[in-house]
Write a protein that binds this ligand. Structure first.
Ligand SMILES: [Fe+2]
Length: 460
């Protein structure tokens, strides 16, 4: 076992050890006056590195946030999500509802609340505006089970959609709809076998697209104490399902795909008698229940031909990359642009001297953000200096009220600044992606590499 398998929380993933509240952060450049809200990001930040089974995907969450208003970065806060275990370790009372697992995968704003999210049946955790943990929420008693980390907002209705799986239920997953007011208004069971992991899904105007891929619950991994007991399963048929949104839960249609793994969707949309889904795909993943076994992730377009009943997979960009995001005003609609972060494998491939990489975290995200123009097939990159590493790029519209161009806005990401050994919040112009940042907010501490986040506008 390599030391990274034994403890993945090294390098850029090394946890921070304290919670910080800092006001009036220094800014280089000018923060756009139109930005009013919080740039939030969740990720694992274990308190106890003596845990015999640390797992990058399910360890204790910490949410980092910068509040922006009137061209100022008013505050930075980082807060552990108070699972019962974390609350006890910090000498605090357990939060309401009981929080068995600390949600560490995503943080969103919905129905005026701030929610920390994770998959596999983990509790949904409500946070305050200042990122303190309120407690577990079941949306006022309306959520029957778990939710998941990756939800989609239907731009027409404001409803939040998710496909939830549960480590304890191997025969079904659930499509869950949450109203703009924060009440669950629909739960549809989808029959599956083997307990497939479903990290993300896709939503179009007509369909919920479900990835039933060959990573499934593994009793052997569970018995070995793996905290997310899922493994590559050659015996599980790989398929993508289209559940009609107007079918009352009936009529899911399955389409075979070559075995592969998908963590993340860029976007999906209906195109006549075809459904187009852009994803980041791996050849395999979780072989023997180990995470870094999937080979490089690449951007692909899956076109489902409803008449022919076939899925065509096309490679859009084989440069290794992850964390695809779009202008979410285009969610479920045809999109032109996509944003990703390149992964370190790319640097390994192009570096002539492996020693050059010793200052990079492994297995981490790399030092460039990518903007894809899927209409022209072109790509722009925003490079950071060696030793810097960037997190997920989040697109924020320049004026959320205006009917503006798809890339009229900003791309924001936490970037580790190796010169300061601390994080910057970098704000790029999406229309001048390779150009210098519009603004850089200098945070007082590291933001370890982590997972997903959101710009939660104050108006929402
Ligand atoms: Fe994810």
């Amino acid at each position: 076992m390599t030391s990274l398998e034994k403890n993945p929380f090294q390098g850029g993933y090394a946890p921070v050890t304290e919670e910080i509240t800092a006001f009036d952060l220094p800014v280089t450049g000018r923060l756009p006056e139109s930005l009013s809200g919080r740039f939030l990001r969740n990720g694992p930040n274990p308190l106890d590195l003596e845990d015999p089974h640390p797992h990058l995907l399910v360890d204790n969450g910490m949410v980092h946030g910068v509040r922006i208003r009137d061209g100022r970065a008013e505050w930075y806060r980082n807060r552990w999500v108070r699972s019962d275990k974390i609350a006890a370790a910090l000498g605090e009372k357990p939060r309401s509802g009981g929080i068995s697992e600390a949600s560490s995968t995503h943080v969103i704003g919905h129905a005026g609340k701030t929610l920390a999210l994770m998959e596999a049946g983990a509790p949904v955790v409500e946070l305050t505006y200042e990122l303190d943990t309120v407690g577990r929420t079941d949306f006022g008693g309306t959520l029957p089970g778990g939710l998941t980390a990756h939800s989609k907002i239907d731009q027409r209705t404001g409803e939040l959609h998710a496909v939830a799986y549960d480590v304890a239920r191997h025969d079904r997953v659930q499509h869950v709809v949450v109203s703009p007011a924060g009440q669950v208004t629909g739960v549809t069971d989808i029959a599956v076998t083997d307990g497939p992991m479903m990290h993300d899904f896709a939503l179009t105007g007509k369909y919920v697209a479900v990835y039933d891929l060959p990573v499934t619950f593994s009793m052997a991994a569970a018995e070995a104490g793996v905290r997310l007991p899922y493994a590559w399963n050659d015996a599980h048929r790989a398929r993508v399902g289209l559940l009609p949104r107007d079918g009352g839960g009936k009529g899911i249609r399955w389409f075979d795909v070559d075995p592969c793994w998908v963590f993340h969707t860029l976007n999906a949309y209906d195109d006549g008698d075809r459904v187009v889904i852009d994803v980041v795909a791996y050849d395999t993943l979780f072989v023997d229940a180990k995470l870094p076994t999937g080979g490089p992730p690449a951007l692909e377009r899956w076109t489902i031909d409803l008449a022919a009943g076939a899925v065509k997979r096309e490679r859009l960009d084989d440069r290794p990359q992850e964390f695809p995001r779009i202008d979410e005003r285009r969610s479920g609609l045809a999109h032109r642009y996509g944003y990703t972060v390149q992964t370190q494998e790319f640097l390994r491939q192009v570096s002539r001297d492996a020693q050059d990489l010793s200052d990079l975290p492994a297995p981490a995200f790399g030092a460039a953000l990518l903007k894809h123009d899927l209409r022209t097939g072109s790509r722009e990159e925003h490079l950071f200096p060696r030793g810097f590493y960037a997190g997920e790029p989040v697109f924020v519209p320049g004026d959320p009220e205006a009917e503006s161009a798809e890339d009229d806005g900003y791309v924001m990401a936490y970037v580790h600044n190796a010169d300061r050994d601390a994080a910057d919040l970098v704000v790029l112009s999406a229309q001048d992606f390779a150009g210098g940042p519009i603004a850089t907010v200098h945070l007082p501490a590291r933001v370890p590499l982590g997972f997903h986040g959101s710009f939660v506008a104050d108006a929402s």
